[in-house]
Every structure is written in structure tokens, then in C-alpha cells.
Design a protein around this ligand. Structure first.
Ligand code: NAD
Length: 480
């Protein structure tokens, strides 16, 4: 579970930075009421309306690409290609997948009836829930706002979004773009931090999807409980990467380095730490350091492909981890630039904060273990993670790891990629979250499965009704 320092602003606001203008708290109930009124009028429900809104949401990303990339640069110094791939393209892919399959997902599902209920017709109808709330974090601030919103819209809901105040330029830009492309009553945006979100959570919603840390998730769930509102919680945790003795070590090192240092490690499904079989530890570490140097050069500060830490609070939190092990690569920091170089540490005590907190930054501890069984024991001694990665050339080994552990999602011989497959539900388990979305899972999350039974009136066998004669009883016992 993460334990973050309180947020503080960047020391020197970067170029293009926009300050957030919070929504006046008095306006928040009005925004939610407007969404409810739109939903109650039925304007969000039809297939055509859903497709039109999904197209508009797509246009937010396509027409707003340049503005959004600039905003991502201002808030996180996110490299353009990284911002495009992980915030924009993947979200467009998600929307396209929904548009392609929506008609089929919306189709009522025929269900067979038992003999006793015949004649009749049974079906499961997916209906919208009403007004959904999506609360997003700062690390992939476009994907994690628009993706869940798309799922809510695909399911026929009105939706209110609350971007993270810690990515204020993206939050502001998203607010402007969404207001430009979508009807403000059906798709509302509330801006702000704790104060505004607290007021927002006092309103009644029909579903809340929250992405962020476990501490705030408890606040969200408690507020939701007051209205018996169901929640989807997309949280984090310490996602391990297991490197077995028979792994393709060079490929494992390259892929782990890529997934870890993407967005400077501020990725919910980044490998948090590596559990490497000690027989290949030295070779793995060499390959890892080689991969990092190849990706980001001798001075990663000069690399156009390396992001920065989101703010001074997170920078200070991460800086402390550097002293908790032996730095075998990286370790350079610059507080003014919110820069921490891609760092690898070894010799870490199991009780050190870097081994108990979710790291959520560019510090990668390497823990040597005796074998895969020891790695499994390590994983199972901790909270169920959001993701688990296993590197092995043997199918039996990866199957063993998957069968003996649990995690929100998993990859064999890669990291992170499962998030980008819309056919795979994305979510955590236990402390890493509850519920899932992406593709059909998102549509289902924001839908109610209504069971509908239709009976003809022309046939109405008297056997079902009292008085129950002995003959009727015999028939009932036979056919029920
Ligand atoms: P954050 O600080 O931006 O918080 C997330 C949201 O919670 C924001 O919109 C914020 O305004 C709101 N919030 C903060 N305090 C609140 C309060 N007291 N009451 C109500 N709302 C409040 O983001 P974060 O939590 O620092 O995000 C990082 C965490 O999110 C990590 O644990 C990471 O693993 C997790 N995460 C998970 C996923 C996923 O898909 N599972 C994705 C990204 C991040």
C-alpha cells in the first residue's frame, strides 16, 4: 500500500503550466443534478446517442492531441511519444473497440428456461445505471479519465469526471476539450482537490470508479456506502517481476527496464521490484544496467525520452529510498528539476520502506532469491499486487508461478502490455483494487444486468394455482 507525502507544488512551474481553477463547491450539486436530469430524460440511452458521445470523446483526443501532449509535458515532462502512446493512442484504441462491439454488447442475451417456467422467454438486458462518477489520478491523467468515462458512456450513463489536481495543466485542458466536444449536462467535469472531491462524494451517484491510492479509496468507499453506491477501485501495490534461472535474461532486463522507467516509474503496473534467481543475478544486473544506459544515455537528464517526478512531495519521498540499499546504477537527483535518474539498488533490508511502500518512481530494488519457489513465497507473504510478471523459458515454471500466486493481472515474459489489450479486463484484487474495466469489462461495470422473464397469457395451466389437489401436487413434484 502506498504512503505518500502530502502534495506540494513544483519548485519552478514548467513552461506551459496552467494553474487549476477549482469548481466552486456550490456549483458541484448543480453539475451532478444536470447529469441526473439528462439521464432521467433518457438522452444518454440509445445506441445512436452512445456512439455519438463516444465519437465526441474520440474527438477530444484526436483534435486535442497537440494540446494534451503539451499539457502532459508541462505536468510530468512526459516525452511526446510516450504521452501519445500511453495516454492518447491506447485510449483511442479503447474507444474504437467499444464502438466496434457496442451493438453486440447491448443486444439482450437470450437465456433458456427450465421446463416449469415454460412457455415463456427469458433474457438478460444490460441497462445503464444512471449517473457515474470517475475520479482520476495524475500519472496517466488522460487515459485514466477518458477510458472510464468512455465505458460509462458506452453503457448509456451520464457521467461526471474529476481529474487530478496534481496534473493541473492536463486537468484544465481536459475540462476545456470535454466542454467543447460534449454536452455539459451529460458529461460534466468538476475540478479541484480534496475539498471539491469531498463535496462531490456527498452527492448520490449510481456508480463510482476511482483510480488512485488505497488510503483515498477507503474515503471513497465510505462516502459511497452512505448512498449504497457500488464502486470500482483501481488501486496500486507492489507489482513484482520474477526472473527465473532459465529466463532469457537480456530480454527480461530490457523489458523490465522499459516498464519500470516509463513515465519515470510513475505507473501503477510498473514492476515495483525484481525477484531474481541468484544463479542469474549478476548476469541480470549487468543486462539491466546495460539496457538503462542504452535507453537513456550516460546522462538521462539530457534524454528527451525520460519524464520527471510529478511534484516536490513525491520527489522527497522517492529520494529517501536511495539510501535504503546499495545503488548499483543511477542515484542522481536534482530537486529543482524534479529529476531522479533511473536507479537500481541491491542489498535492501526486507523491512525497509522501499520494500514495504509502493515505490511509484524510478527506483528498482533487486532482491536475489534461491529459486522460483522462494519468489512465490515472497509474493504470497505480501498483499496481492496489481500486476505480476514472470520471466522464464519454461511454460511449466510460468504456469507454476501463475497457479501459486494471485494478482490483478499478469504478463509472462513481458511487463505492462496487458493494460493495452481491450479484450482483457483490467483491475486489481484485494488491496490492489476491486472490479475491472477496459473493453467489455468496462461496459459491464457500468451496466446493470436486468433479468427479464416474459410469459404469454394465452396458456395458463391451473396446476400452478391453489387449491393443490393430490393430482396437482404429483405434477408439481414431477416437473419442478
Ligand atoms: P492522486 O493524488 O491524483 O489522487 C487520485 C484522485 O483522488 C485525485 O483525483 C484526487 O483529487 C483524489 N483525492 C485525493 N485525496 C482525496 C480525498 N481525501 N478525498 C477524495 N478524493 C481525494 O493520485 P494518487 O493516489 O497519488 O495516484 C497514485 C496511486 O494510484 C498509486 O497507488 C497507483 O498505483 C494508483 N494507480 C492505479 C491505477 C490503476 O489503474 N489501478 C492507475 C494509476 C494509478
Amino acid at each position: 500500500m502506498s504512503s505518500y507525502a502530502p502534495a506540494t507544488p513544483s519548485p519552478t512551474p514548467p513552461v506551459g503550466h496552467l494553474d487549476l481553477v477549482p469548481t466552486p463547491t456550490g456549483d458541484i450539486p448543480t453539475i451532478v443534478d444536470a447529469a441526473r436530469a439528462a439521464y432521467d430524460h433518457g438522452v444518454t440511452r440509445s445506441y445512436d446517442a452512445r456512439i455519438a458521445r463516444l465519437r465526441a470523446l474520440r474527438a477530444v483526443l484526436v483534435d486535442g492531441e497537440a494540446e494534451l501532449l503539451e499539457a502532459l509535458r508541462a505536468d510530468l515532462r512526459k516525452p511526446d511519444i510516450e504521452g501519445w502512446a500511453t495516454d492518447i493512442a491506447v485510449t483511442i484504441g479503447e474507444i474504437d473497440f467499444m464502438m466496434k462491439h457496442l451493438r453486440r454488447w447491448m443486444r439482450p442475451e437470450r437465456v433458456r428456461l427450465p421446463l416449469a417456467s415454460m412457455p415463456g422467454r427469458a433474457r438478460v438486458v444490460r441497462e445503464p445505471l444512471g449517473v457515474a462518477l470517475v475520479i482520476a489520478p495524475w500519472n496517466y491523467p488522460v487515459q485514466l479519465m477518458i477510458g472510464p468515462m468512455a465505458a460509462a458512456i458506452a453503457a448509456g450513463n451520464a457521467v461526471v469526471g474529476k481529474p487530478s489536481e496534481l496534473a493541473p495543466t492536463v486537468a484544465t485542458t481536459l475540462g476545456t476539450l470535454i466542454a467543447r466536444h460534449l454536452p455539459g449536462d451529460e458529461v460534466g467535469i468538476v475540478q479541484g482537490g480534496v475539498e471539491e472531491t469531498t463535496v462531490l462524494l456527498e452527492q448520490r451517484f449510481d456508480h463510482i470508479l476511482y483510480t488512485g491510492n488505497g488510503r483515498v479509496a477507503r474515503v471513497v468507499m465510505e462516502a459511497a456506502a452512505k448512498h449504497l453506491t457500488p464502486v470500482t477501485l483501481e488501486l496500486g501495490g507492489k507489482s513484482p517481476a520474477i526472473v527465473a534461472a532459465d529466463a532469457d535474461v537480456a530480454t527480461a532486463a530490457k523489458r523490465i527496464a522499459w516498464g519500470k522507467f516509463l513515465n519515470a516509474g510513475q505507473t501503477c503496473i510498473a514492476p515495483d521490484h525484481v525477484l531474481v534467481d541468484r544463479r542469474v543475478e549478476a548476469a541480470f544486473n549487468d543486462a539491466l544496467v546495460g539496457a538503462i544506459s542504452e535507453f537513456y544515455g550516460v546522462d538521462p537528464r539530457q534524454s528527451p525520452d525520460y519524464a520527471r517526478i510529478v511534484n516536490a512531495g513525491h520527489f522527497r519521498r522517492l529520494e529517501k529510498y536511495l539510501g535504503e540499499g546499495q545503488v548499483i546504477h543511477g542515484g542522481e537527483t536534482d530537486a529543482d528539476d524534479l529529476f531522479i535518474s533511473p536507479t537500481v539498488i541491491t542489498d535492501v533490508e526486507p523491512g525497509a520502506a522501499v520494500m514495504t511502500d509502493e515505490i511509484f518512481g524510478p527506483v528498482l530494488p533487486i532482491v536475489a532469491v534461491d529459486d522460483v519457489e522462494a519468489a512465490i513465497a515472497h509474493v504470497n507473504a505480501h498483499d496481492k499486487p496489481l500486476a505480476l510478471y514472470v520471466f522464464s523459458r519454461s511454460r511449466a515454471t510460468s504456469d507454476r508461478v501463475l497457479a501459486a500466486t494471485s494478482s490483478g493481472g499478469a504478463c509472462v515474459n513481458h511487463v505492462v502490455y496487458h493494460v493495452a489489450a481491450p479484450g482483457l479486463p483490467f483491475g486489481g484484487v484485494g488491496p490492489s483494487g476491486m472490479g475491472a474495466y477496459h473493453g467489455r469489462a468496462g461496459f459491464e461495470t457500468f451496466s446493470h444486468r436486468r433479468s427479464v422473464l416474459s410469459k404469454p397469457t394465452t396458456i395458463d395451466p391451473p396446476v400452478a394455482y391453489p387449491p393443490f389437489t393430490e393430482a396437482k401436487k404429483r405434477l408439481i413434484r414431477r416437473f419442478l
